[in-house]
Design a protein around this ligand. Structure first.
Ligand code: NAD
Ligand code: LMR
Length: 332
């Protein structure tokens, strides 16, 4: 029997990530090839005409899974009955800007959209914040939507996770699909800590640790980390625009794994509300390694943390605490 359609909200849908993301969702990349969807697209009035153009293209693409499109500048209408909300709306960083510069503009959006989601989304709606500063926007959304369970509000660090897998695959000349269990700890910013201490590669002789195969700790503890941390800035420099197709693809990966589950023995990175695991301060949205099952994520426990990692995990937590204070000062 055909499944009932799921309503999926994309905010900032007239923007560049939105333009890459909505066809992926309509093709089943996010929720599976047998899951019909109704797309709810929100943008602001100056982008209304462009948003309508995206709607026209979605109609023209004749996606079999797409059962309806709502294109609106009304937040309440956009949030009505949605079970998945991908929050992309906001202002991107331009060349030369620090992420903190975009904070003032973006956190106030997340405060006001929190109430709309609380009032109009389906119960148990899963929320993914993509817009920067992603962790702190998600935290503000959580704090101003107290009736939405904290476990339902997450932010995107899957792009960083995928970037880490990509760098290892390039370095070793192996398929990216054979590399797994990298971890992004902390903030989606240049203080994030990409950690491959537990990552492995599938080889003809079984799974081997990345550290053993790369056999170059100086690279893994140096250039590898900075390349992943700075990849967003490198893309802005090259494209004069921030990453879009990879961000859209990572957003699909994040929701797909959250809803449909992670494969046995594999974890992914998600920005989630810290419960104090790994001595990360509770009350921050911090990226952890997670397993997903039955539509719920859980933080992978018991991984060994060496002194090098500890320092980097603490530094990115400290930045998130500062961002939280700054966000509140922007809102007051
Ligand atoms: P963009 O400027 O192309 O699109 C953003 C869209 O949001 C625009 O159409 C704009 O009109 C809309 N918008 C602004 N305020 C809004 C509001 N209040 N409600 C609804 N829509 C609103 O930007 P983009 O390149 O698509 O990037 C979007 C965001 O995603 C940026 O903040 C960017 O920094 C961030 N980003 C995050 C990641 C990540 O991995 N977390 C990766 C790439 C980009
Ligand atoms: C990215 O990681 O590509 C984005 O967050 C863009 C940015 O501002 O770094």
């Amino acid at each position: 029997m055909a499944k009932d359609p799921v309503r999926v909200l994309v905010t900032g849908a007239a923007g560049q990530i939105g333009y890459a993301l909505v066809p992926m969702i309509a093709r089943g990349v996010m929720l599976g090839p047998d899951q019909p969807v109704i797309l709810h697209m929100l943008d602001i009035p100056p982008a209304a005409e462009a948003l309508n153009g995206v709607k026209m293209e979605l109609v023209d693409a004749a996606f079999p899974l797409l059962k309806g499109v709502v294109a609106t500048t009304d937040v309440a209408e956009a949030c009505a009955g949605v079970s998945v909300a991908v929050m992309v709306g906001g202002f991107p960083r331009k060349e030369g800007m620090e992420r903190k510069d975009v904070m003032t503009k973006n956190v106030s959006i997340y405060k006001s959209q929190a109430s709309a989601l609380e009032q109009h989304a389906a119960p148990n709606c899963k929320v993914l914040v993509v817009a920067n500063p992603a962790n702190t926007n998600a935290l503000i959304l959580k704090e101003f939507a107290p009736s939405i369970p904290a476990k339902n509000i997450t932010c995107l660090t899957r792009l960083d996770h995928n970037r880490a897998l990509g760098q290892i695959s390039e370095r070793l000349g192996v398929q990216v699909s054979d590399v797994k269990n990298a971890i992004i700890w902390g903030n989606h910013s240049s203080t994030q800590y990409p950690d491959v201490n537990h990552a492995t590669v599938k080889t003809s002789a079984g799974e081997k640790p990345v550290r053993q195969l790369v056999a170059d700790d100086a690279w893994l503890n140096g250039e590898f980390i900075t390349t992943v941390q700075q990849r967003g800035a490198a893309i802005i420099k090259a494209r004069k625009l921030s990453s879009a197709l990879s961000a859209a693809s990572a957003a699909c990966d994040h929701i797909r794994d959250w809803v449909l589950g992670t494969p046995e023995g594999t974890w992914v990175s998600m920005g989630v509300y810290s419960d104090g695991s790994y001595n990360v301060p509770a009350g921050l949205i911090y990226s952890f390694p997670v397993n997903c099952k039955n539509g719920e994520w859980s933080i992978v426990q018991g991984l060994s943390i060496d002194e090098f990692s500890r320092k980097k995990m603490d530094a990115t937590a400290a930045e998130l605490s500062e961002e939280k204070d700054l966000a509140y000062s922007c809102l007051s």
